[in-house]
Design a protein around this ligand. Structure first.
Ligand SMILES: Cc1cc2nc3c(=O)[nH]c(=O)nc-3n(C[C@H](O)[C@H](O)[C@H](O)COP(=O)(O)OP(=O)(O)OC[C@H]3O[C@@H](n4cnc5c(N)ncnc54)[C@H](O)[C@@H]3O)c2cc1C
Length: 368
């Protein structure tokens, strides 16, 4: 008879679901899995730039009830999985106890940390305390404000800012003023050096004004303050500039300066190998779904085999950050820019893979 172990997963998004899929694959150890997250539905946030300009019907295609996924993934297996709708407030690694928002304590044999990172504006990612309804309502309200605004500023020239500028430009070219403050030398200058000029050209063709080399601040609801103190007013300002790791419940000793979790190369906490991390929370990782699926998962599944299933013969695989990026960035509905392992891909491939539908038809593969 298989022995039983209790595993807690902190998080209810891509990494938590990927972890669950890895865990339920074993037949050697019976698992009692508890997934703790404030959201009761997984959300395909990749599509947010499109959701801001699309209608209500589309948003419904991006959310997936967690309870249904847990039932589906454990059906016909040895394992049991339960969702607790709450936030983790504290972890005691020596005692192997997690404390949630109402003060209840839950013990574990193994702990998976998959609580990711949230965004400054609530529209881009799931929250660490609020349910998914809060995220969806924030998107709906922002979408309404976009329709009414005559001028919109976007702070942040990374993928989120560029994709959103592209969506707004495509939808409202000539009808609204759209300004992108990249905060660096150009849009997407960090991940895609070779593409800066084509990104700039594509955005300009969609009527987007680009302001580079200015670290701007948002003041009140409608003012942008430039580095020299001058100001510009907009009807709406979208903040797409930074992520905040959801690690407030963890001790400082396991966090780096940016407050992401420090692990060994196999995603285990250095002093507590029964605790394994996955997804945006990892200091080693790249805070992307592509990284999670293609680079992190192989390392994670070996660590799970070793630490959770007790397979000491398994060869742990170190995580290796890819030296060449893989990223697809739609800029409007007719294509965009992209590289796969550092090699540029043509506009029509970006259109076919992402820009035509923002991958919404594939969302369930990542969220269930
Ligand atoms: C607009 C946008 C578009 C993107 N598009 C792409 C793309 O096209 N390709 C790509 O590769 N990547 C993309 N990304 C990155 C991708 O969204 C992240 O890599 C992914 O969300 C990481 O998943 P995760 O599960 O690690 O963390 P998250 O998605 O951040 O989920 C964290 C989970 O943990 C929960 N949580 C947080 N704190 C606690 C707590 N204290 N207790 C319990 N639960 C908690 C949250 O509620 C949530 O369920 C995009 C990001 C953004 C913002």
């Amino acid at each position: 008879m298989a022995s039983t172990k209790s595993v807690i997963i902190v998080g209810g998004s891509f990494a938590a679901i990927a972890a669950l899929k890895t865990l339920v694959a074993t037949k050697e150890v019976k698992l009692d899995i508890t997934l703790i997250s404030p959201n009761d539905k997984a959300f395909f946030n990749v599509a947010v730039p499109r959701l801001l300009v699309e209608n209500e019907v589309t948003i419904e295609k991006t959310v997936f009830p967690l309870d249904e996924s847990l039932d589906k993934l454990t059906k016909g297996t040895l394992h049991k999985a339960t969702h607790v709708k709450s936030s983790v407030k504290h972890v005691e690694f020596n005692g192997k106890v997690v404390t949630i928002a109402d003060g209840s304590k839950l013990s574990y044999d193994n702990l998976i940390l998959a609580s990711g990172a949230r965004s400054v504006s609530p529209i881009w990612k799931l929250d660490s305390v609020e349910n998914v309804d809060f995220t969806l309502e924030s998107i709906r309200q922002t979408s309404d404000r976009i329709q009414k605004a005559r001028s919109i500023a976007i702070i942040g020239g990374g993928t989120t800012g560029v994709e959103t500028a592209g969506e707004l430009g495509h939808e409202f070219k000539g009808r609204k003023k759209i300004v992108l403050y990249t905060g660096s030398s150009g849009p997407l200058s960090i991940p895609l050096p070779g593409h800066v000029s084509s990104v700039t050209d594509k955005l300009k063709q969609l009527g987007v004004e680009i302001v580079n080399n200015q670290l701007v601040k948002k003041q009140g609801e409608s003012t942008i303050v430039l580095e020299d103190g001058t100001t510009r007013d907009f009807d709406l300002i979208l903040e797409a500039q930074k992520l905040i790791p959801n690690t407030e419940y963890l001790p400082n000793e396991v966090l780096d300066k940016r407050r992401y979790v420090i692990t060994d190369d196999y995603f285990r906490l250095r002093d507590f190998h029964d605790v394994i991390c996955l997804g945006d929370i990892l200091a080693l990782g790249q805070q992307s779904l592509v990284d999670l699926v293609y680079n992190q998962n192989p390392t994670f599944s070996k660590a799970i085999a070793y630490e959770v299933f007790g397979d000491t013969k398994v060869k742990l695989t170190p995580y290796v950050k890819p030296s060449r990026p893989t990223i697809l960035v739609p800029i409007g509905r007719n294509g965009g820019v992209g590289v796969v392992y550092g090699f540029s891909i043509p506009n029509f491939v970006v259109w076919f893979s992402k820009s035509r539908d923002f991958m919404i038809p594939k969302a369930s593969g990542y969220c269930t």
